[in-house]
Design a protein around this ligand. Structure first.
Ligand SMILES: [Zn+2]
Length: 54
């Protein structure tokens, strides 16, 4: 969950994160996805809930 760590680092450094939520770009469809809805797919790819199918 690299994006979560980065968001935490932003908070600790006092800088505002680029987004108000921790997110990532789905490696399958390219859609911006909120991290809490993300899934780890095959080969460790970070994919969205829709692409994961659950
Ligand atoms: Zn996707």
């Amino acid at each position: 969950m690299k994006t979560v760590v980065e968001a935490k680092d932003y908070l600790e450094s006092g800088l505002k994160p680029p987004h108000t939520f921790a997110g990532f770009v789905c490696e399958q469809c390219g859609e911006m996805t909120v991290s809490q809805y993300g899934r780890t797919g095959q080969n460790g790819k970070k994919i969205c809930q829709d692409c994961a199918g659950y």
